[in-house]
Design a protein around this ligand. Structure first.
Ligand code: CAA
Length: 260
């Protein structure tokens, strides 16, 4: 396996990002976060890539959290900066112009759960385990978990997970709405690529705007969100993709979207 901490495998229209530190169960240290950020920046500008998948190297872990050895030596200022940097990188995932799917192939603990939460949605393998065990270390989630988890599953269930630090199975994560699907480990990539290809066939501008509308709209009043939706809808009417999509329907053929 390569020495790179983050691998990028491009098979247009898909790209797979793999967190590649299997000996430490893909724990996120500053170097991994920095390589992940660079990879995200690169992919964001790559017009060949329409959908991104994030997974972990090996069969045991997606990401077992932020790096405990690195965090153990941090001063308050370093802790603040580390948390802010993790949040910034994960925000890049949320704000990426293309849909991002987490393929959770094992332990997704602490920063690993938070990484999955920053993706647009997640599929998990049957052996995956989720949890926010930070309180067992005397800290709490610092890469957005205290904010994204309650938005996804509600405050009560989020507080139970955050305050107990307990681990839950992939099936329990599915029942709570943390993951959309659970499949056997050897079928995970196939299942994720299948849904990714279904998404990749659609207009890239429509995908980017729809993703953004769901995220931005979630945190603002419904009426404001609907106004934003209408204005974005109008903007979308100016695109070549809209012309092509509707023309193709009327001509009973498949559309060829260019993202223009
Ligand atoms: N940071 C650094 N190293 C880690 C790690 C982490 N989060 N998780 C695992 N590792 C390392 C272990 O230290 C071990 O290294 P060595 O072989 O050099 O000893 C290696 O990965 C394999 O791990 P284990 O031997 O512990 O494997 P296991 O199968 O017995 O247990 C596990 C697996 C239950 C996931 C266990 O490794 C574990 O509990 N890991 C820590 C999980 C955790 O607490 N995550 C939250 C971190 S805090 C956080 O993420 C903060 C934030 O929000 C910003």
């Amino acid at each position: 396996m390569s020495d790179e901490l983050v691998l990028l495998e491009k098979t247009p229209p898909l790209a797979v990002i793999t967190i590649n530190r299997p000996k430490a169960l893909n724990a996120l240290n500053s170097s991994v976060l920095s390589q992940l950020e660079q990879t995200l920046d690169q992919i964001n500008e790559d017009e060949e890539v329409r959908v991104v998948i994030i997974t972990g190297a090996g069969e045991k872990a997606f990401v077992a959290g932020a790096d405990i050895a690195e965090m153990s030596k941090m001063s308050p200022l370093e802790g603040t900066n580390f948390s802010r940097y993790g949040q910034l990188v994960f925000k890049k995932i949320q704000e990426l112009k293309k849909p991002v799917i987490a393929a959770v192939n094992g332990y997704a603990l602490g920063g690993g759960s938070e990484l999955a939460l920053s993706c647009d949605f997640a599929y998990a393998s049957e052996n995956a385990k989720f949890g926010l065990p930070e309180v067992t270390l005397g800290i709490f989630p610092g890469f957005g978990g205290t904010q994204r988890l309650p938005r996804l599953i509600g405050k009560g269930r989020a507080k139970e997970l955050i305050l107990t630090g307990k681990m839950i199975s992939a099936q329990e994560a599915y029942e709570m709405g943390i993951v959309n699907k659970v499949v056997p480990l050897d079928k995970l990539m196939e299942a994720v690529k299948e849904v990714a290809m279904q998404i990749a066939k659609n207009g890239p501008i429509a995908l980017a705007v729809a993703k953004d509308l769901v995220d931005v709209g979630y945190d603002i009043p419904l009426d404001d969100g609907c106004i934003l939706e209408s204005r974005s809808f109008g903007m979308c009417c100016s695109t070549e993709d809209k012309k092509e999509g509707m023309q193709a329907f009327l001509e009973k053929r498949k559309p060829v979207f260019t993202g223009r």
